[in-house]
Write a protein that binds this ligand. Sequence first.
Ligand code: FFO
Ligand code: ATP
Length: 190
Amino acid sequence: MKKNELRLRYKKLREDFSSEEIEDKSLEIANNLLKIPIWEYTYYHLFLSIANKREVNTETILHILQGKDKNVVVSKSDFENFRMVNYLLTDSTVLKQNEYGIPEPVDGIEIPPQNIEVVFIPLLAFDEKGNRIGYGKGFYDRFLDSCTGETVKVGLSFFEAEPIISEVSENDIPLDYCVTPGKIYSFKNL
Ligand SMILES: Nc1nc2c(c(=O)[nH]1)N(C=O)[C@@H](CNc1ccc(C(=O)N[C@@H](CCC(=O)O)C(=O)O)cc1)CN2
Ligand SMILES: Nc1ncnc2c1ncn2[C@@H]1O[C@H](COP(=O)(O)OP(=O)(O)OP(=O)(O)O)[C@@H](O)[C@H]1O
């Protein structure tokens, strides 16, 4: 199916979940994440969920990372150039909601993308090869492009994989893993 059709379809599917379903499914995703081999690294990039958009709630994942004493990196989006600037999340980080309701650090210690070892990625949809679709502004395409080839890319999704996403462009960087409430996909060596 085409990207725009998939975006619309999955946005609708997500909107049908109750807050309780979002919480339960997000917890199952966090539990499944513990089963993939990504816990020996130091720098983890996490997105902070938009409360009213029915995204995967990443709060439990944040607590897991903090419990393991990992360095957590969060970003601020620049809607002029569709790039993200990444900051270390610390006790003194001040978060402020941007115009889309995304909590963002006001400032802080900037972390170069090359230092980031694991990235958790919000998705609208993905396919069995690990291709992904986001909001379509290319924020994550640009960000992942500036990370290293070694950076582990982990998608988080409420839904299972589509058989195939057409119109994959050369900018699209595929996932290494995708975790859903019921399943763990590994795309390594595909
Ligand atoms: N929590 C979270 N943080 C994230 C992302 C995300 O998907 N989730 N992003 C992933 O890329 C980046 C921000 N990307 C965005 C891209 C487009 C729009 C946007 O145009 N919103 C419109 C229409 C949204 C819609 O179609 O539903 C709006 O809210 O009016 C917002 C954020 C970086 N941070
Ligand atoms: N590395 C890049 N450098 C410059 N432009 C890019 C890059 N990656 C993607 N873009 C541009 O960003 C736009 C959105 O890309 P695409 O349709 O793949 O979105 P997406 O993968 O759904 O979005 P996102 O990355 O925000 O989740 C396209 O116009 C694309 O040309």
